[in-house]
Design a protein around this ligand. Structure first.
Ligand code: ADP
Ligand code: 5GP
Length: 201
């Protein structure tokens, strides 16, 4: 994929798992229907309530690894033992079309995006405390106990990367945090309508 900076804008949101990034992004997307959400491809199993194509494109390891060989991914990472990646064509074309694109990706992926698209706006979402993070993860109840432990152990080291981001938001009161994210995005203008774009699964 070529290095390109079109007239669009990329917003990268990262957070330790359980900080409330998905919830926050969902709220902001409701207020900004023209904001394009980059649906990642992943090899992790689908969680209850998730919808393929809306939350993730669920792909096999073979498909993902072929994508690595073909340089399909604008960025990719292995997170908690599963592959996650952003489709390069999708992202490049969206930016070229002038879309505002929201990426919910981890720290490793954020680094790759910033290297490729240096104008990206990066946001790190922090939990109010590690204790609260643990409470939210347990409350979500989506993970097997050993996966949960792993997520908690990783959270501390992920939080050390927060200084690499342009903006930091503490997700204490959800509405306040959502308002901050909304303002960070709309400071760059109002997202304009964008064409629907399909990602191959
Ligand atoms: P992430 O995407 O960062 O892993 P989620 O958005 O799935 O996190 O949130 C983890 C859990 O915490 C969910 O059950 C969610 O409802 C809850 N949560 C999110 N934000 C808040 C908040 N500000 N206050 C209390 N609970 C929250
Ligand atoms: P979850 O399994 O909880 O949905 O996501 C686990 C982690 O993977 C989160 O930190 C999430 O931001 C990250 N993630 C989701 N999609 C991508 C992606 O396309 N690329 C990268 N690098 N990380 C991703």
């Amino acid at each position: 994929m070529s290095r390109t900076n079109g007239p669009g804008k990329i917003f990268v949101v990262s957070a330790p798992s359980g900080a409330g990034k998905t919830t926050l992004c969902r709220l902001v997307r409701k207020r900004l229907p023209n904001l394009v959400y980059s649906v990642s491809c992943t090899t992790r199993p689908m969680r209850q309530g998730e919808v393929p194509g809306r939350d993730y494109h669920f792909v096999t390891r073979e498909v993902f690894e072929e994508g690595i060989r073909n340089q399909r991914w604008a960025e990719w990472a292995k997170v908690y033992g599963n592959y996650y990646g952003t489709d390069g064509d999708f992202l490049r074309r969206s930016v070229e079309d002038g879309c505002f694109v929201l990426l919910d990706i981890d720290v490793q992926g954020a680094r790759q995006i910033v290297a490729r698209f240096p104008d990206s706006v990066t946001v790190f979402v922090m939990p109010p405390s590690v204790e609260e993070l643990e409470r939210r993860l347990r409350g979500r109840g989506a993970d097997a106990p050993e996966v949960m432990e792993r997520r908690l152990a990783e959270a501390r080291s992920e939080m050390e990367a927060r200084h690499l981001y342009l903006h930091q938001i503490v997700n204490d009161r959800l509405e306040d945090a959502a308002e901050k994210l909304y303002r960070i995005i709309t400071d760059h203008g109002e997202p304009k309508p964008c064409p629907e774009r399909r990602v191959n699964e």
